[in-house]
Design a protein around this ligand. Sequence first.
Ligand code: FAD
Length: 414
Amino acid sequence: MADSKKRILIVGGGTAGTTVAASLMRHSGGTQLDVAIIEPSEDHYYQPAFTIVGAGAYKLDKTRRKQQNLIPRGVEWIKGKAASFDPENNSLTLDSGAELNYDYLIVCPGLELNWDKIEGAAALGTRGVCSNYSSEHVEYTWECLQNLKPGAKALFTQAPLPFKCPGAPQKIAYLTADYLRKKNQLEDSEVHFFTAGPAMFAVPFFAKELDKVAAGYGIDVHFQHNLVAIDADNKRATFKVVGGDNEGETVVMDYDMLHFTPYQSPPQAIQSSPLANEGGYVDIDQHSMQHNKYSNVFALGDAGSTPNSKTAAAVRKQSPVVVKNLLAAINGDALEAHYDGYGSCPLTTAYGKVIMAEFTYGGKVTPTFPLDPSKERWINWWIKVTGLPMFYWSYMLRGYEWFFKHNTSYVEPE
Ligand SMILES: Cc1cc2nc3c(=O)[nH]c(=O)nc-3n(C[C@H](O)[C@H](O)[C@H](O)COP(=O)(O)OP(=O)(O)OC[C@H]3O[C@@H](n4cnc5c(N)ncnc54)[C@H](O)[C@@H]3O)c2cc1C
C-alpha cells in the first residue's frame, strides 16, 4: 500500500476527465489521493446528443451543464489549459505560465476541431452551411433542414479519420432524408453523402446495413471524396478525390444545404509534447492505457492512441481500466485491467429508429442486449434519446460506469 498521498493531475474535464476523476474518488479503496482536474471551460456538453439537436429532436439546453456542478466532491478544479509537458520531471505548465507537479498524470483533452483546414468554413452558421460538431451552431442544422424547399439539394460530408463518433456525419444525413420523406419531398430532392473513406463504416457488419439504409432513401454516396473548400456565396462545395480511378480529380457540387465535418486532431499542446506518438496522440498501450514510455502517465478518451472509435461509449469502458491500473501502479502491483477496444455508435437511421453498433478491437460485434444488432429498433432510439443521457449525467460522470457490463458472446451470421 502506498504510504503518502499521491498527487494526480487530470488534463481535460470533458467526458473522460470527469468520469475518471469521479471513478478514482469512488473506487480508491483506501489509497490516499489528491486529485485535480485542469479544464478551461465553464460549460460541459453531452456531445452525443448534438446529432438529435441538429435534427430538431432534442433541446440544446439539455446537453449543457455547468462544469462547476460536475467536478466530483473532493476534486480540485484548476481552471486553465495545459500548455506544455515535461514528463521527465513530472511537471506541466499551464497557459498562465504556472508550473504544476504530479505523481501521476491522466491525459484526456479530447480532439480539437480544425475548422480552418477547409477553405471557406468561416461561413458556418450562415447561408445553409451547418455542422453538428459545433455547439454554437448545431441548432442551425435544424433551421437548414426546415428551410429545404421541394427540389432542394442537401450535401453531407465526412472528414478523414480521426473524428469524434464514426457515425455522426451520416446519422444526420439519414435524419434529413427521413424528414424530407415525412414531408413528401424526398423524391424530388437530392441527398448526397461524401466520405473520405472507402466504405460507410469501418466495421463491415454495420457497413452492409448502412449501405441498405442509404439506398433505401436514395442517398447518393460518394466514397473517397474530401471536402476542401466551401463557396457560401455561390453555394458550391469543392471536393478532392482521394482514391480509386479518379484519384486527384476535383469535383464541384452546388447545394442548398451543406452539413460538414471539420478535420480533427489532438490539441497542439499534446502533439508537440514528449507524450505524443508520431500521429500526435498520447502514446499509450491499447490494453493497459498506460503510457508506453512514462509509467506514471495514463490516457483515455479521444486524445489517446488506442485504435478504437472515438466515442463516449469507449470512455465508459476505458475509465475503469485506467482507475484499476493506476491504483495498481501506486500500490506496486501488476497492471491487470485490460481494455478490449469497445466503442458504440447509436446509428440514427430515421426518427424513432436506431441501429445500435457496438464493437471491440478488430471489428468484433458485441451487443449489450441479446438482440440482432443489425436491426433498426425503436427501443434503441429511446436508449439514444432518453436512456444514455440519463446514464451519462447520473451514473457515468459520477463514477458508476463500472456496473454496466456488455455481452461479448454474439456470433455473427455467415
Ligand atoms: C456530433 C457528435 C456526435 C457524437 N455522437 C456520439 C455518440 O452517439 N456516442 C458516443 O459515445 N459518442 C459520441 N460522440 C463522441 C463523444 O462526445 C466523445 O468521444 C467524448 O466526448 C470524448 O471524451 P473526451 O473526454 O476524450 O473529450 P471531450 O469530452 O471533448 O473533453 C475534452 C476536454 O478537454 C478540455 N481540454 C482541451 N484542451 C485542453 C488542455 N490543453 N488542457 C486542459 N483541458 C483541455 C476541453 O475543454 C474539454 O472539456 C459524439 C461527438 C460529437 C461532436
